[in-house]
Design a protein around this ligand. Structure first.
Ligand SMILES: Cc1ncc(COP(=O)(O)O)c(C=O)c1O
Length: 325
């Protein structure tokens, strides 16, 4: 496995892109001497299978100068996704590379960023045929990101519609955050010409699955529901965190097939992902009718999630973590 780390975070001096290639020995050496793990150039082969076929998976995490949010859950999903695609990665090595770079880059109070870990099966094979002994390529990149907390004020509006594009069903790939994202790209294109903040994507049986880059929860008669993603959709890290938070508060959290009608009749609805966290929806427009929602349930859940996340963030505090390096 080969790991490369790059940063698109702005430094004070200039807007620098720094890149490094890390071998296992180098990484271990760095973890002792704390030398920079960020260096000058990234090499991606034109024969890389992620580039040619989307043969890989990824995860995107929120981080600030103290912690990487839900870090262990992201690593777990990446490992599970890679296993499902039969890509052999060393998750501990990836963890160390992310932490080393994060400790180096995120030392300023104002730094907030998205960290993306991108895994490719590597180079080789004939056409789609898998190479005999692939060397997986891991790319870790740091991007500037805005604060994720949605401030609800009187003027707050988040408008949702339904995409014409329907997701295809593929149980072997469902749940995986794989690199084939053409459906989401077509849906984002649809969104560009509409007066909406996001779109609900349904499967071909018109069941609601998720939004363009987020999972969805609806509140109906005192219970939170989220769609099943066993046939299509992404099994979001934040979706699972919400389900676990609700369970820890002994609140009902139900995975269920949901229709557009359920969404129209819901009292509240929110979208969620690992960068935006909980995004309450104010309006849902469909077939010339507009549904408005009570956002108090979402705000209550936002508060509960913040408390629930605190211990996790202490465990993964970037600069106090003895377990890490
Ligand atoms: C299509 C799709 N569904 C769901 C999610 C939510 O996943 P996570 O909570 O892991 O960010 C994402 C995140 O980007 C996504 O792109």
């Amino acid at each position: 496995m080969k790991i490369q780390t790059l940063s698109y975070l702005q430094t004070q001096a200039d807007d620098v892109v720094k890149v490094e290639s890390v071998s296992k020995n180098r990484l271990l050496k760095n973890s002792i001497h704390r030398q920079s793990v960020i260096c000058e150039s990234v090499v991606i082969s034109p024969l890389d299978r992620a580039l040619n076929y989307g043969d890989g998976c990824f995860t995107t995490m929120y981080a600030n100068q103290t912690h990487i949010s839900l870090f262990h859950r992201h690593l777990q999903r990446l490992q599970t996704d890679a296993q499902k695609l039969m890509i052999d990665i060393d998750i501990n090595l990836i963890k160390q590379a992310v932490l080393l770079a994060a400790q180096e880059l995120l030392n300023d109070d104002t730094t907030q960023c998205a960290i993306k870990i991108h895994v490719s099966r590597g180079v080789g094979g004939r056409g789609y045929q898998l190479p005999d002994k692939p060397t997986p390529q891991v790319l870790i990149s740091f991007y500037q990101a805005n604060p994720f907390v949605t401030k609800l004020c009187n003027e707050y509006q988040y408008r949702l519609q339904v995409a014409q594009l329907q997701l295809s069903t593929q149980p072997r790939l469902a749940g995986i955050k794989h690199l084939n994202r053409l459906e989401q790209i077509l849906a984002k294109h649809e969104l560009q010409s509409l007066d909406a903040n996001d779109l609900l994507l349904c499967d071909q049986a018109n069941n609601v699955i998720e939004a363009t880059a987020a999972n969805v929860f609806v509140y109906i008669e005192n219970r939170w529901y989220t769609p099943d993603v066993r046939h299509c959709g992404v099994s979001g890290v934040f979706r699972q965190a919400v389900l676990d938070c609700l369970t820890s508060h002994k609140l009902p959290a139900i995975i269920k097939t949901l229709s557009i009608h359920d969404v129209q009749n819901a009292q509240s609805i929110f979208l969620c992902n690992a960068l935006a966290h909980i995004v309450p929806v104010s309006h849902f427009e469909h077939n010339s009718t507009t549904q408005t929602y009570n956002m108090q349930h979402c705000m209550d859940l936002q508060d509960a999630m913040q408390d629930w996340l605190l211990p996790e963030h202490q465990v993964w505090h970037l600069h106090n973590n003895k377990d890490v390096l």
